[in-house]
Write a protein that binds this ligand. Structure first.
Ligand code: PEP
Length: 258
């Protein structure tokens, strides 16, 4: 069974006091909430990983980084390795977010190398893929996301499929307030699952597929009801701890996946 996974991507936001206040508010809200199957993870900037790692220690909230180096160690000024993230208490790390693909020119080949480095260090990569608005309008969604997925998967002999997470994030939906409809998202997520079956065989059923792009408290449940949506990657709406908790509370798991 694929456990639902909600991840808050803070991007380059918040300072230390803000992070501590967020952690307190989120933990308080979660304590008051009924028990839930949903796995909850926060991905702050590198500088706040230690602060949040300490604040969330012993709680149900996990920690993710937003980027990693593909290298293990050495002369890589400004880079941070998967082992370093592990030492800070990270269990997950985003790779290939569309902002990094667009602004830092990150390629799918680099994303695959980063994902492999994370798996080697015992972390779980969240591999992001998604088409631009122009690509969708040109009818190229399946081609673009299929290609990104195939090239971004780590080239390791036995991928531990249940450690892999793939986030479908249409670029036209990120930070725009325009969410893909549940049907639009499911269409692409089903295609991603099908590609994963071709590559990984039966293990594809263990890979969690998230949707990301302007998800909010009112849109999350309809998305999560789709058979190939196992979670959400959330930006702006999750910057507020109460809104994030509301989204966690609004996520009822009705999926019948294996
Ligand atoms: C994101 O950047 O991963 C994201 C989904 O952002 P937003 O929810 O703000 O669209």
């Amino acid at each position: 069974m694929r456990r639902p996974l909600l991840v808050a991507n803070w991007k380059m936001n918040k300072d230390r006091d803000g992070a501590r206040a967020y952690a307190r508010a989120l933990l308080t809200a979660l304590e008051a909430a009924p028990p839930s199957e949903t796995e909850v993870v926060v991905a702050p900037p590198f500088t706040l990983l230690e602060t949040l790692g300490t604040a969330f220690e012993g709680s149900r909230v996990g920690l993710a980084a937003q980027n990693v180096s593909a290298e293990v160690q050495g002369a890589h000024t400004g880079e941070i390795s998967a082992e370093m993230l592990s030492e800070l208490g990270c269990q997950y790390c985003l790779v290939g977010h569309s902002e990094r693909r667009a602004n830092q020119g990150e390629t799918s080949t680099q994303v695959a190398e980063k994902a492999a480095a994370l798996l080697e260090a015992g972390l779980r990569p969240i591999i992001c893929v998604g088409e631009t608005g122009a690509e969708r309008e040109a009818g190229r969604t399946a081609e673009i996301v299929g290609q990104q997925l195939e090239m971004s998967l780590p080239r390791i002999s036995t991928p531990t499929a249940n450690h892999l997470v793939v986030a479908y994030e249409p670029v036209w939906a990120i930070g725009t307030g325009v969410t893909a409809t549940p049907e639009q998202a499911q269409e692409v997520q089903a295609l991603l699952r099908e590609r994963l079956r071709t590559i990984l065989g039966e293990s594809a059923e263990d890979v969690r597929l998230q949707y990301g792009g302007s998800v909010g408290p009112h849109t999350i449940q309809a998305l999560m009801n789709q058979p190939d949506i196992d979670g959400a990657l959330i930006g702006s709406a999750a910057l507020d701890p109460e809104t994030f908790e509301q989204m966690i509370a609004n996520t009822h798991w009705e999926n019948t996946s294996p």
